[in-house]
Design a protein around this ligand. Structure first.
Ligand SMILES: [Zn+2]
Length: 433
């Protein structure tokens, strides 16, 4: 496998909660970080990182990548109205549409410093292939819903099993299957029980929307006489393998259950605020209780940009605002949410720039005016509050150079746009927008 030397980095942030170190080089071998510091030697690829800060690459723990196709469509509507608009077009989606949409999303994520995405959608084989082509890690959580119809449950579980087989047998290097039961109000108890059984049998991650609105909690109480995390706990779906998007409306007891099980919450501040679902996820309480908290962009239909920098900044701002406390979340905690905690949720040895960890490395350009002054003690805070995708200089994923000098190296962007345009024409031409 290729050896890559990230030479001459001006600064290195090896762990989100450690001080920024002065310059050095990072040697990458066989997909792993081999040396950090004075690394040198005969290498296949040498990248000059002068003026850059190397840090663990970002993780987007919740998205629906192919929904780039819906970006800007159905705006200014509340969640349920928005969902019905989306579902009416999604019913027409074919695998090639999903591939076109996911390719654009993959490019956007790579150019935004994201090495890894938890992608809940369908036609997952095409989504997997698209992210694999771009060269980022895709965890394909197949969207499952039976809308409480008994005759649909078995079919959904068969689709899930077929998805696991297809992704695992396709010979992908980075794409992995996962299970994505949509939400408490779209999945019956027997479907959720089936998901739990499949996740154990095939050792799969489970990814689900949880406590996004007061309405979803109300529905849970109506259906089960219990709150969402309580019924999932009873079914056995809370574990270190499970991650839950949103978690805005959680009781103290639910937070305790999530912490006790070692589950992950994915905070999506942009889509929560845009869909005006009210409230703000209690991140401080979640972290204090020991829940693994991560960040997501949600799909581009509701979050528009696939930007973890934006999610990080908004997460910090909203929490401060909620608690009227300017120290509600420390910078190091926000950086952990954007990086290390994501890798942990996925069971990956990543999010740290030290030998033996996966080589998912982001180099941020410090020469840009919004990152000035590049003083080591100010850099962590500048990464949370000032950085944006435009500062991404280099991205290495699993030891492969995916972005360099802000350009994607793995796919032909013009060709991708052509395919995307065809898909949008095909889907929306008869729709009056
Ligand atoms: Zn979502």
């Amino acid at each position: 496998m290729t050896r890559i030397l990230l030479r001459n980095c001006s600064y290195i942030l090896a762990r989100p909660d450690e001080p920024v170190r002065p310059g050095g080089s990072i040697l990458i071998e066989d997909g792993l970080i081999a040396e950090v510091g004075e690394a040198s030697g005969k290498d296949d690829i040498v990248v000059d990182c002068e003026g850059g800060l190397a840090m663990p690459a970002l993780v987007n723990m919740h998205t629906h990548a192919a929904m780039t196709l819906f970006r800007g469509y159905s705006e200014d509507k509340p969640l349920m109205e928005w969902l019905f608009d989306i579902w009416s077009v999604e019913a027409k989606l074919k695998p090639w549409h999903v591939r076109a949409g996911t390719l654009v999303a993959g490019i956007e994520m790579a150019l935004s410093g994201i090495s890894t995405a938890m992608d809940m959608y369908f036609h997952t084989a095409e989504a997997a292939r698209a992210l694999e082509d771009v060269g980022i890690r895709g965890y394909l959580a197949i969207g499952l819903f039976d809308f409480m119809r008994e005759d649909e449950t078995e079919r959904q579980l068969k689709i899930a099993e077929e998805h696991v087989r297809t992704i695992r047998n396709a010979g992908f290097e980075l794409a992995k299957p996962a299970l994505g039961p949509h939400a408490i109000y779209t999945c019956s108890r027997s479907l959720l029980e089936g998901v739990k059984e499949l996740s154990e049998r095939y050792n799969l991650l489970v990814h689900m929307h949880l406590a996004e609105t007061t309405e979803s909690q109300r529905k849970s109480l109506e259906l089960y006489g219990m709150r969402e995390a309580e019924i999932l706990n009873e079914i056995g779906l809370l574990s270190t393998r499970s991650s839950f998007a949103h978690g805005v409306y959680l009781s103290e007891r639910e937070i305790g259950l999530l912490a006790g099980a070692g589950s992950t919450i994915v905070h999506n501040p942009v889509s929560n605020m845009k869909l005006a679902t009210g409230g703000i996820s209690p991140l401080r309480s979640l972290i204090d209780a020991g829940v693994n908290v991560t960040l997501g962009t949600d799909g581009p239909g509701s979050g528009n940009r696939l930007d973890v920098f934006e999610a990080a900044k908004l997460a910090a701002l909203a929490q401060r605002h909620l608690l009227r406390n300017a120290a509600a979340l420390r910078v190091s905690e926000v950086l952990r949410m954007a990086t290390t905690n994501g890798y942990r949720a996925l069971g990956l040895k990543g999010g740290v720039l030290e030998p033996g960890y996966v080589a998912d490395v982001l180099v941020v350009d410090l020469k840009a005016p919004n990152m000035w002054p590049p003083r080591p003690e100010r850099l962590p805070s500048n990464l949370v509050y000032s950085a944006s995708p435009s500062n991404v200089k280099t991205l290495v994923v699993n030891g492969r150079l995916v972005v360099d000098e802000g350009r994607i190296l793995t796919v032909d962007v013009e060709k991708v746009y052509e395919g995307f345009e065809r898909a949008v024409m095909d889907l929306f031409s008869e729709h009056v927008e």
